[in-house]
Design a protein around this ligand. Structure first.
Ligand SMILES: *Cc1c(COP(=O)(O)O)cnc(C)c1O
Length: 425
């Protein structure tokens, strides 16, 4: 295991689970809440975090652990913690380091659910956020940092604006203020981008999307790179004894994985937002073909983007790999492919866009992205409808924007579907 020299494709299939002689070849589903031990002392040691092992599936489980190890390897991190959803992953990624009274800086181009969590729920919990435009000059972004700022949060490929993040710019701003950079890497997946290579410290995913890839399971994961120094002034909870674990000090007792250990044993334990073994089993199964699926998602999306760009009834198309696009240069630097999501607007606007959406047959209207089936969504009236128009525009959502998640069907059929719907205008 942990064959560091294995290439990505090999690790998607082989990492995380290595059977011993005579054991099941495929990662088993350990559908058990609890685990048996021979002595009271063994369990006491688990409660004090003195020995590794599973005691209760809210905190850890062998099936979930195998999936966590695989994703940690694919991202190049030291450890990962799976969660019940992508929302839980992003919430815990921040709560683990930002206490009540704290503040963080976030990119304004975010997934709608993340934006709502930051601007409402975390605010109500006494954690303040300042939104910045990811394309703003570094000095302007740095000016949002305060003495009580504890992290910077971003998305690699913003959903649905498809703005490509200048990860190195953000990492430099964060590190010059001794802050960690958190990157939600859901859309590219580790196959198309490894934010750790460009200075990110924590990576999160909604595994609901391409990592599962089949629209079966809601889930999330938080990955720790492992070289951020959690200093005692800014991050006392990493350096002071944790009374709920008989005085464990995360920086002292878990020097290689302080962030992920703390996230699991405090936040997952206390809030109970663990990934279930069954979801880990299915998501892991989906993830085994990640590299093959992503190649086809990328090539199908590029072909559909090119078709739409040349269509007389389409006013604009945004796909990171279209030459001449606003984020093309950043995409060349940071992404090994454009992923399967594109956005476009129809001439006329919202009403004409609705006609197109209502006349698609293969592409279904669903609140989802990033699975094998092509689907469409109108963010302004669906995922981003909690926001007013100004906030929608700041998040990169214009009223006419149609988001397409290009699936793995034959590209000729996908193009024919859009061609037919556009002809109905
Ligand atoms: C879907 C999504 C989330 C939220 O994940 P859930 O699994 O739906 O809770 C967070 N970030 C991004 C970029 C997403 O696309």
């Amino acid at each position: 295991m942990n064959q560091k020299n294995w290439k990505f494709e090999t690790r998607t299939i082989q990492e995380g689970y290595a059977p011993d002689n005579g054991e099941p070849r495929v990662l088993p589903l350990w559908q058990s809440t609890t685990f048996k031990y021979d002595t009271a002392q063994s369990v006491a040691d688990l409660f004090d975090l003195k020995a590794p092992g599973h005691m209760y599936s809210r905190i850890s489980n062998p099936t979930v652990e195998a999936f966590e190890k695989k994703i940690a390897s694919l991202e190049g991190g030291v450890a990962a913690v799976a969660t019940s959803s992508g929302q839980a992953a992003n919430a815990l990624a921040i709560l683990n380091i930002c206490p009540t009274g704290g503040h963080f800086v976030s990119s304004a181009t975010l997934y709608g659910g993340t934006f709502t969590m930051f601007s409402s729920k975390l605010q109500q919990m006494g954690i303040e956020v300042t939104f910045v435009s990811p394309s703003a000059p570094a000095a302007e972004i740095a000016a949002a940092i305060r003495p009580n700022t504890r992290c910077i949060f971003t998305e690699t490929l913003a959903n649905p604006a498809l703005e490509v993040l200048d990860i190195e710019k953000f990492a430099q701003i964060a590190h010059s203020h001794e802050l960690p950079l958190i990157v939600d890497n859901t859309f590219p997946t580790p196959y198309l981008c490894n934010p750790f290579d460009f200075g990110a410290d924590i990576v999160t995913h909604s595994t609901t999307k391409y990592l599962d890839g089949h629209a079966c399971c809601v889930g999330g994961i938080v990955v720790e790179k492992g070289d951020f120094y959690w200093d005692a002034d800014k991050f006392p909870n990493f350096n002071e004894p944790d009374a709920t674990y008989h005085g464990v000090v995360y920086m002292r007792d878990f020097p290689e994985t302080p962030y992920s250990t703390k996230l699991r044993v405090q936040w997952i334990r206390d809030l109970g937002v663990a990934m279930t073994p069954f979801n880990a089993y299915l998501t892991n199964l989906g993830s085994e073909t990640l590299h093959v699926r992503m190649d086809r998602h990328c090539s199908n999306a590029l072909k559909l983007a090119e078709f739409l760009q040349s269509h007389p009834k389409v006013s604009w198309v945004n796909y990171p790999m279209l030459p001449g696009g606003q984020y093309y240069d950043l995409a060349q630097k940071y992404l090994r492919g454009g992923s399967g999501v594109l956005c476009f607007g129809v001439k006329g606007g919202k009403k004409e866009g609705e006609i197109v959406m209502n006349n698609l047959h293969l592409a279904a209207i669903v609140v989802h992205v990033a699975d094998v089936r092509t689907c469409v969504l109108h963010p302004a009236s669906m995922t981003h409808r909690q926001m007013d128009e100004a906030a929608q525009r700041a998040a990169g959502v214009s009223p006419d924007l149609i988001r397409v998640s290009v699936g793995l069907e034959n590209i000729d059929d996908i193009i024919a579907d859009f061609d037919g719907a556009l002809s109905k205008i």
